[in-house]
Ligand binder design. Structure first.
Ligand SMILES: Nc1ncnc2c1ncn2[C@@H]1O[C@H](COP(=O)(O)OP(=O)(O)O)[C@@H](O)[C@H]1O
Ligand SMILES: [Mg+2]
Length: 379
């Protein structure tokens, strides 16, 4: 096994959003240097990093120069092409490896990898063209969801199909490219498991987190989903199987559906820290970002036990519509913490920050975080 990458070394982050920012904060706290590469300037990650390189993800010369300059390359942006991760890997270890990105950035490859690992998903069919869509709909049945195979996030590139939906319109509305058709899951809840795997194969996870969405964007996450031990164990086992099969070094989030029958189905994978894991920053001795740092540096992983019941609420750009939110009002509850990502423009739907709140029990934590967010807009 290669020796650990120690404090003083430089962490290279491909991508420059809030996930990179929180990784950079964890890294700088532990005495690492941070460089980020993305097409943007004054980015959430760049504001924390020592160095912000501005280049496109397909500028292979820039990627090579970046990788030469750092001690390990990791990423917060998933849609980096294999050519770029291959070039980077010639100059520095890339963790997780490029193949993991390649699989998870495409829903079809991801679903096939899950099926190969024997893990349950919603029924799905590959769709290559408009004719293929009709065939797939007849196999899966309605209601179902058509998703672009690549570049989807926050519900973008998805459309629900019912018995009377015009297939021509549906196909055009997702942009006429390779797609996946999935059966609609009648779920009881949406859950996630954020797990980390070290260079030595050691695994830790943060347990089952419940995720509630609004307009297909994560709205609130609550730790400690009250399900039986068997389900928690099953979710852990799913995460472990994926990480071992894909040989992931780093953090990976498994998004799950809990069906009304009590079964866990894998929705999608993110080979990096996840929005639902932000509550680990306050709630756990080692956050998901600490774990990512430790894992990619080949260090031992940290403790994940939660200190208290906790919930997280996202702050979207919509909150700025009536002017600057009332931060003091949200912080009137001492159990609430504020995170802002340093984004200048507050567009509707854009993730600008989040709030975390502790509570006496999970419902109390959830109530407090939602109340704090509502206080932001009250006049
Ligand atoms: N097969 C499905 N059945 C029911 N709901 C779904 C299904 N697929 C997606 N959704 C809903 O849409 C949300 C976003 O879909 P997801 O595949 O996670 O894409 P994204 O990359 O946008 O997060 C999910 O969190 C869930 O609420
Ligand atoms: Mg998702």
């Amino acid at each position: 096994m290669s020796p650990p990458i120690l404090p003083g070394a430089t962490i290279g982050i491909l991508g420059s959003g809030q996930l990179g920012r929180m990784l950079a904060q964890a890294a700088r706290r532990m005495g690492y240097r941070v460089e980020t590469l993305s097409p943007g300037t004054d980015t959430p990650t760049g504001q924390i990093a020592e160095r912000e390189l501005v280049a496109d993800y397909d500028d292979l010369d820039a990627i090579a120069a970046f990788a030469r300059d750092v001690d390990v390359v990791t990423f917060e942006f998933e849609n980096v092409a294999s050519a770029a991760t291959e070039v980077a890997a010639r100059h520095a270890p890339v963790r997780p490896r490029g193949e993991v990105l390649h699989i998870t950035q495409n829903r079809l490859r991801e679903k096939r990898a899950l099926a190969a690992a024997g893990l349950p998903t919603a029924p799905f069919e590959a769709v290559d063209d408009r004719q293929g869509l009709a065939v797939a709909v007849s196999r899966i049945g309605t209601p179902c969801i058509l998703k672009t195979a690549g570049f989807g996030y926050d519900g973008k590139g998805q459309v629900r199909l019912d018995a009377d939906t015009d297939l021509e319109w549906a196909w055009r509305s997702i942009g006429d490219g390779p797609a996946v058709l999935e059966g609609l899951v009648d779920f009881e809840a949406e859950l996630s498991v954020v797990a980390a795997r070290g260079l030595d194969g050691g695994l830790v996870d943060f347990g089952l987190i419940e995720n509630r969405h609004a307009n297909h964007i994560l709205d609130v996450s609550i730790a400690d989903m009250p399900v039986g031990e068997a389900q928690t164990d099953r979710a852990r086992e799913i995460a472990a199987t994926i990480m071992e099969q894909l040989d992931v070094v780093g953090v990976l989030c498994v998004e799950l559906f809990l069906t009304r029958g009590g079964e866990l189905l894998v929705n999608e994978l993110a080979p990096r820290p996840h929005n639902s894991g932000h509550l680990t920053i306050e709630a756990c001795p080692s956050s998901q970002f600490d774990q990512q740092l430790r894992a990619v540096c080949g260090l031992p992983l940290g403790e994940t036990t939660r200190k208290a019941p906790v919930a997280m609420a996202n702050l979207l750009g919509d909150l700025w519509e009536g002017g600057e939110p009332d931060w003091a009002a949200a912080l009137a509850d001492p159990a609430v913490n504020l995170h802002l990502y340093g984004k200048a423009a507050a567009r509707p739907g854009r993730k600008m920050g989040h709030l975390t709140a502790f509570g006496d029990h999970r419902d109390d934590a959830m109530r407090r975080v939602v109340a704090a967010r509502s206080a932001l807009k009250a006049e």
